[in-house]
Design a protein around this ligand. Structure first.
Ligand code: SF4
Length: 701
């Protein structure tokens, strides 16, 4: 659309004819869909968005944007947008004013905390919200309520990355900037489908491969990049740890490790060498289904490259042993000396939602304060206490699954869900709905009457990313500005304003009168953010963290001198392969993997209402032709899918993209009920759900 020289392809709707070469005055902001963080120029007319154009000088996107960021903005003016608060009376949600709604919430939270104690109140903050909003939500819970019961949806996607990368290298983020990754001569892309889920990154990776970089893809499905791979490894879902140990075994056996790096900068080698004895290629082939020759070929490509890089996604993290997966993947970079050095570009997670990195950076986590200091550490608490002027509770709070379990057990009296449709996106969705129904007060900040909002007692209408002010952090740790292009509809307010107003009603002043103040205050609590400010971002565009000094650039590439672990070394992990939580059997013979489609985002609440419905109108169930024949399924037929936990209905799509014995679907349409299928198995370290392995059967008719 942007460059078509003949005009044969044009922008749909009122932005027709606009290209980046011909654009009127625009609002520069950052895309609110995925974690790539594309800079966008938003064109408006009469307070309505007429076009969204990719910024030519966007630090990450360099003039590109995908079908979501560019075209899925129709939801802004959807007639289904919530414009007034809703309060449940006599079992029905009724429209009320803000004073009444917030008064009800304030009284409810105070009563819950006074009666059951502060730990009977919890909040789920949002990876869609800005950093400043996340900062304020966690401050509200710690300062006004007096609990660490705050978590965000990174729990459901990249919490194993945070835990694994911190344990291996010291900080909770990718090790290199994407600009560096793009200079790699060998890309190892694992458990990710960037062509669909992070399209601008997918396009940049593909461009690199077309220019000569080697590519190894490790993914059970024939994802887009796999078509261009030198080697495509297709492990059975749930066998990643064995696969990564197999690759490490070959690196060691063939002398493809960096001995000086291992001696000077790493620890844990003897234990790993002993463990890897058990992972020769033949044995790994038995466990993973990956032919031994392919495993060896992949290890040689990665091991012999001059500057290899690892990029990975939720196919590594959303497992029963997701943290072990991240750590055993990080082992490869350490063995190769390809992290924190000029001999490679590290280990880099592709973050899912737009601000999932930032929500955790800001301390919307039950055990960590802003900047990842532990709440159990007195020195960390006292730094926050000096800024906030109150004692910070010492006991870590509940994670999201614990909140639901506590609600079902009658131990949670109030839950505030901010911008997450937990009834659609969290696993074992029937049990999530039970939890909300059991909790005496459920408050929900939302754009639409989502599945979760339908179970709430109070629904507060809030602004979306095109209507608010603040910052996001993208997948390679860059802070970028978010600016309002249009006003929110009706009486909707930003989450920032809602948190402040609620605190004021409860007799507390959160001090930050504007988002810029919140980021500045966060820098006083967390020194790694001390060099950041809205003013600096307005001037410089994008600044990565760590950034402790306003006069110096942030660190795009980490660990050049030393790792951020207590001993300054990279830590090799020696966790054995353990099987997944679910295994197929005669009753449930297929393994279901869930993930994303290119046109939609998360529960689809914005993309389904934004014009992208025409591109991808339903949740499909992808099946291999052999399985389709075995179960009598025709392409396009409606099928039932049953797991040990629930049922869903989907449209079958027959494709060799999915391996035999496996099925794939997205969860963008809550009505299809995909997350009623998924189990409550979760990563043993972080409680991240095992979305990637569910045993199912398919029924026709
Ligand atoms: Fe860029 Fe992701 Fe937005 Fe697409 S969804 S425009 S890739 S940030």
């Amino acid at each position: 659309v942007d460059t078509c020289p003949t005009g044969a392809i044009t922008e749909p709707g009122p932005g027709r004819g606009l290209t980046s070469a011909h654009r009127p005055a625009a609002t520069r902001t950052t895309c609110g869909y995925c974690g790539v963080g594309c800079a966008l120029d938003v064109i408006t007319s009469d307070a309505e968005v007429t076009a969204v154009l990719p910024a030519r000088d966007g630090p990450v996107n360099q003039g590109h944007a995908c079908v979501k960021g560019r075209f899925a903005h129709g939801y802004l003016t959807s007639s289904e947008r919530l414009t007034r608060p809703l309060l449940r009376r006599h079992g029905r949600l009724e429209s009320v004013g803000w004073d009444e709604a917030l008064g009800h919430v304030a009284r409810g939270l105070r009563e819950a905390a006074d009666t059951g104690g502060p730990d009977t109140v919890a909040a789920i903050s949002s990876a869609r919200a800005t950093n400043e909003e996340n900062y304020l939500v966690q401050k509200f819970m710690r300062v006004v309520i007096g609990t660490n019961n705050v978590d965000n949806c990174s729990r459901l996607c990249h919490s194993p990355s945070a835990a694994g990368l911190t344990a291996s290298f010291g900080l909770s983020g990718g090790t290199d900037s994407f600009d560096d990754v793009e200079r790699s001569d060998c890309l190892l892309v694992v458990g990710a489908n960037p062509v669909e889920a992070h399209p601008v990154v997918g396009a940049r990776l593909l461009r690199r491969v077309l220019r000569g970089a080697k590519l190894v893809v490790a993914d059970p499905r024939a994802v887009g990049l796999a078509l261009h791979a030198d080697v495509h490894l297709r492990p059975r879902p749930g066998t990643n740890v064995a696969l990564f140990h197999g690759l490490a075994h070959v690196l060691l056996a063939e002398g493809l490790t960096d001995e000086e790096f291992l001696r000077e900068r790493a620890t844990g080698l003897p234990e790993l060498v002993e463990l890897l004895d058990d992972y020769p290629p033949d044995r790994v082939a038995d466990v993973t289904g990956v032919p031994a020759a392919d495993l060896v070929a992949a290890a040689r490509l990665y091991g012999r490259a001059g500057r290899p890089a690892i990029v990975y996604g939720l196919g590594v993290t959303e497992h029963l042993h997701g943290t072990d997966g991240v750590r055993s993947l990080a082992n490869l970079a350490i063995l190769r000396g390809a992290v924190g050095s000029d001999r490679g570009h590290g280990v880099n997670p592709l973050r899912g939602q737009n601000n999932v990195q930032g929500a955790s950076d800001m301390g919307a986590l039950p055990d960590l304060l802003p900047g990842y200091g532990k709440v159990t550490d007195p020195a960390v608490r006292s730094r926050a206490e000096a800024v906030w002027g109150v004692q910070v509770p010492e006991r870590p709070g509940m994670r999201i699954p614990d909140m639901f379990a506590a609600a079902r057990a009658g131990e949670l009296r109030a839950l505030w869900v901010i911008g997450e449709d937990v009834c659609a996106t969290d696993p074992d969705a029937n049990r999530v709905a039970e939890a909300l129904d059991a909790c005496p007060l459920v408050v929900c900040n939302e754009l639409f009457l989502s599945e979760t909002a339908r179970h709430a007692d109070v629904v507060l209408p809030v602004a979306s990313w095109l209507e608010k002010d603040g910052t996001f952090v993208n997948f390679d740790r860059r802070f970028q500005r978010v600016r309002p292009a249009v006003p929110p509809p009706g009486e909707a307010r930003s989450d920032f304003d809602v948190v402040r107003a609620l605190a004021a009603l409860m007799g507390a002043d959160l001090d930050c009168s504007a988002p810029a103040d919140a980021l500045a205050e966060c820098g006083r609590v967390a020194p790694v953010f001390a060099g950041l400010s809205h003013e600096r971002l307005d001037r410089e565009g994008a600044v990565p963290w760590p950034c402790p000094d306003p006069g110096r650039p942030g660190q795009a590439k980490l660990y050049a001198e030393r790792f951020a672990t207590p001993d300054g070394r990279a830590h090799l992990a020696s966790a054995p392969y353990l099987p997944p939580g679910e295994t197929p059997d005669d009753d449930y013979p297929l393994v279901l993997v869930t993930g994303r489609r290119w046109a939609h985002y998360n529960s689809g609440s914005m993309t389904r209402r934004g014009g992208n419905l025409a591109l991808d109108p339903v949740d499909f169930l992808d099946l291999h032709p052999d399985d389709a024949a075995r179960y009598g399924v025709r392409d396009g037929a409606q099928v039932g899918v049953e797991s040990r936990h629930g049922r869903a209905r989907l449209i079958a799509r027959i494709s060799e993209q999915t391996a035999t014995g496996q099925a794939f679907c997205s969860f963008h349409f809550p009505a299809s009920g995909v997350n009623r299928l998924t189990s409550d198995h979760a990563d043993t370290v972080t409680s991240c759900p095992e979305y990637k392995v569910t045993a199912v059967r398919v029924t026709v008719g």
